[in-house]
Write a protein that binds this ligand. Sequence first.
Ligand code: UDP
Length: 380
Amino acid sequence: MFNYIVIGAGFAGSVLAERIANVLNEKVLVIEKRNHIGGNCYDYRTKDGIIVHKYGPHLFHTNYKDVFDYLLNFTEWDIYHHYVLGFIDGKKVPIPFNLNTLYEVFPPSLAKKLEEKLLSKYKYGVKVPILELKKENDKDLKFLAEFVYEKVFKNYTAKQWNMRPEDIDPEVTARVPVYISKDNRYFTDKYQAVPRDGYTKIFENMLNHPNIKLMLNTDFKEVLKIDFENKKIYFLGQEFKGKLIFTGMIDELLDFKYGFLPYRSLNLKFEIYDKEYFQEAPVVNYPNNYDFTRITEFKHIHPIETRKTVILKEFPKTYSPGTDIPYYPVFTKENRELYNKYKEEVQQLENIILVGRLAEYKYYDMDDIVKRALEVFGEL
Ligand code: UDP
């Protein structure tokens, strides 16, 4: 019946299903464990009409024109620039730490001196990862690097990853650089927008096609059997000779035979308040106070007129397989080796394609996943 089976209805799976259905005009079955589509991008409206991101804040930003053009096909988008404040020494200041932040946390004369030092060393507009800034020999820049490291990165990273910044992949902390600029935005990508009616609409429109059959509430193991020894896949007892696009956890595919791939998970605590706004920015980070890392207020992201507001506090935690949601892959060298071991074995079956944050064990942003899914489609 189907030439393609897709496991998982997040961005990776939905983009591929949509392309296969629309462009190849082939039938595709999408199997999704949860009772909804959209993966961790899933959002919904509360009874007050406030759009809430069920699995934490999702802010779309990209420099890939092809990705944004593609996504424009599935919903209306509103231009949206994201702002984050960090609660540092009792004040809420711009994050990423930038030239404006200097003047918020230091007396004017010191801020000016540090600004001049930074501008003599780096060109305006350059983004400097904190671990790079820490290598500076200049006494003032050393002082600044130490300050930012201690006040912005050290404790946040301890909460988020249970590690020191130097012990995680440098790309993780480089996502939030020290920005030699007076631009307070969190992202500087060319295209920054939010879907007017929420992210779920995108997935509804991608998957609403006569060639796509969707099975919700279905663990792939209920309907698929993968015989790695004989290199065969069975769907409901019958041999399946088409392509299997897998976007779930790769270790689950092989029954965790080499052990669990580690992730960081989150406890998400939503709170509703009877007031117009809770805080002055969409996201406030709390590197050094409380057990949560940040508070998101959704009305700032999806504006709506109501006297209520919904906020979200994120409490990072170790991932327990089977109970927690695997939000972030923890890519230490050791974990990558474990991932590669799984990957090599899975790749012995040529008709399995691995795509997405879980299947590839990568810290993909939304636009990276769409880009990757479109590339995989190109290869199909
Ligand atoms: N980070 C930090 N302090 C901050 C913001 C970020 O230490 O105020 C570090 C932390 O290690 C975090 C990483 O930078 O995990 C990436 O942050 P980002 O906001 O990109 O994380 P995401 O939104 O993907 O959870």
